[in-house]
Design a protein around this ligand. Structure first.
Ligand SMILES: Nc1ncnc2c1ncn2[C@@H]1O[C@H](COP(=O)(O)OP(=O)(O)OP(=O)(O)O)[C@@H](O)[C@H]1O
Ligand SMILES: [Mg+2]
Length: 319
């Protein structure tokens, strides 16, 4: 049975419900049907290429300690809500090079989450103009699952719950799907646990969460940690983190930031959306962008976020 996209990978305004039979969560044995595997491999799956397809010259604004190669290039992106045709994104331009950390800030409703959801192919939106190139490929031509296979990961502002699927099962399936794509032998549950343990430690997450269903009954902060755990397992090249700091207490914020920093290499990049300068003290951005009314109206370094905190959005507004 094919799962409807909108209720499987993507959280929607209504509570997502998945047609999984509720079973007691357990580590072993694994009881996935091919349908479930199909579903699981649709979410955020790992990068498949060890090397970049694109070999562009270093961009003028390269400065993230990375290779300077372009990872994502968004040009004049316009998008509407598919159902109502209401335009949300109005000509977004953004270039992210390997190894860079970018932050997008902006008022509520300015289009930040929509931008990230359009990048991962959320079916609620339709791109009407512009281009998005990821690792030299036309991202807009790829299905959502192909985008995640290509190395894109998104942590949603409101992470989806998956009843009936334990966290361990989910992560193992995702990790093995990646290994399969790389032509590597799949890991047994025990081997996988060895791979997972340091990542659990990095996120400072208790292993009891592995036995629980994905995000079901998790507190807001636990969900956010769990998203970073997924990212750690999937090792995506571009991680889009939508308000990863929301609902985190001070310790959790530090844990999550530490884990994100540990994942950064000269070859992968982060696009984080936040309202607060505080996150940027822990995960230092190379670039801070301000979004307003579906457009990036200003780009600067981390001092921009500090200025914003001090003075608010007045002064940055286009009007
Ligand atoms: N599926 C949708 N249907 C109708 N309107 C939508 C939809 N998605 C986004 N919008 C509208 O587009 C605008 C931008 O929403 P978006 O969620 O991208 O804002 P945001 O910048 O992430 O805000 P916040 O900081 O509050 O998370 C809002 O006015 C929102 O109501
Ligand atoms: Mg948002």
């Amino acid at each position: 049975m094919a799962l409807p996209l909108s209720s499987s990978i993507f959280p929607s305004s209504s509570t997502p419900s998945l047609p999984f039979t509720k079973t007691p969560s357990k580590l072993f044995p694994f009881t996935f049907s091919p349908q479930n595997i199909n579903f699981l491999t649709r979410r955020a799956l790992p990068s498949l290429k060890a090397t970049l397809a694109v070999d562009s010259p270093p961009a003028a604004n390269a400065g993230g300690g990375g290779t300077g190669r372009v990872l994502l290039e968004v040009k004049d992106l316009r998008a509407v809500v598919a159902e109502s045709r209401q335009e949300i994104l109005r000509g977004v331009n953004l270039t992210i090079n390997e190894g860079e950390v970018h932050a997008i800030m902006g008022k509520n409703g300015s289009g930040k989450s929509t931008f990230s959801k359009v990048l991962v192919g959320h079916p609620d939106y339709e791109v009407t103009e512009g281009t998005v190139v990821f690792k030299g490929e036309n991202l807009l031509e790829l299905k959502p699952e192909e985008r995640s296979h290509a190395g894109l990961f998104m942590s949603f502002q409101t992470p989806v719950e998956i009843p009936g699927v334990s966290n361990m099962d989910f992560l193992l399936m995702a990790a093995n799907a990646k290994r399969k794509k790389h032509g590597q032998p799949e890991l047994s549950p025990l081997e996988f646990f060895g791979y997972l343990s340091p990542k659990l430690q990095a996120v400072n997450m208790d292993s009891k969460f592995l036995n629980r269903n994905v995000n079901e009954g998790f507190s807001g902060g636990e969900k956010k940690r769990n998203e970073i755990l997924q990212l750690a397992v999937l090792e995506a090249e571009l991680a889009i983190l939508d308000e990863i700091d929301s609902g985190l207490d001070v310790d959790a914020l530090q844990d999550v930031a530490k884990a994100v920093n540990m994942l950064l290499t000269p070859h992968n990049s982060i696009l984080m959306i936040t309202h607060y300068q505080r996150l940027l003290d822990y995960i230092k951005p190379n670039y801070v962008h301000i979004m307003e009314d579906g457009n990036i109206i200003k780009t600067g370094d981390s001092s921009l976020a500090k200025l914003l905190e001090k003075e608010g959005y007045k002064g940055f507004s286009e009007q």
